[in-house]
Design a protein around this ligand. Structure first.
Ligand SMILES: [Zn+2]
Length: 187
């Protein structure tokens, strides 16, 4: 069974069950009543609150404050979740590659599990510096001002092919990583 996949649902259920035990204990202590009555009172209160929201008898500002608090909690939770998976070297190490004799570099854009290659740019093989187009009579070449080296200028089609080539390799890296994570979870 893949625990990571169900982890959040299991935590939610456990919290729900604990809340159903702990809250009535507190209510029964404060109100000096038994657990069964406290349990009933708690759920009556919850339904009252839901009913009040549905009938709009709760002021709008209270609802806004609740939404803001929930939003802050969600943001903090997402931050913690992000920090947990800090090691991104497994894909970030692949940030340059050669296609058709030309070295390219790029950066990554990651939103959650979506990893995208951005700004694929040809660079100088010697110094890894940026290269720029230069008119060489009958054709345009790419030129490194630092090393004085020239490279052939890829046309649109070749540039697109390079991007697809790198993206396909990234796809494989992601697949292998996911496979590894899955295996680690099953251990
Ligand atoms: Zn150079």
């Amino acid at each position: 069974m893949n625990f990571k996949k169900y982890k959040e649902k299991i935590i939610a259920v456990v919290i729900f069950i604990l809340a159903n035990i702990i809250c009535p204990i507190f209510v029964s202590k404060f109100e000096n009543i038994d657990f069964k009555n406290a349990f009933a009172i708690m759920w009556k209160k919850i339904f009252e609150v839901i009913g009040n929201i549905l009938t709009f008898s709760i002021p709008v500002w209270v609802i806004i404050i609740i939404i803001v608090i929930l939003y802050i909690i969600l943001r903090i939770y997402l931050k913690i979740d992000e920090a947990k998976d800090e090691d991104e070297s497994w894909y970030k190490n692949y940030s340059s590659d050669i296609y058709n004799g030309l070295l390219y570099e790029w950066r990554y854009n990651r939103i959650g599990n979506q990893i995208e290659i951005k700004d694929v740019t040809p660079v100088c093989v010697e110094c890894k510096g940026n290269i720029l187009p230069k008119d060489a009579g009958y054709k345009t070449v790419l030129y490194c001002p630092n090393c004085n080296k020239t490279y052939k200028n890829p046309d649109r089609e070749e540039y697109d092919s390079a991007r697809v080539y790198f993206n396909n390799k990234l796809k494989k890296i992601i697949e292998e990583h996911n496979q590894k994570v899955k295996m680690d979870c099953q251990k």
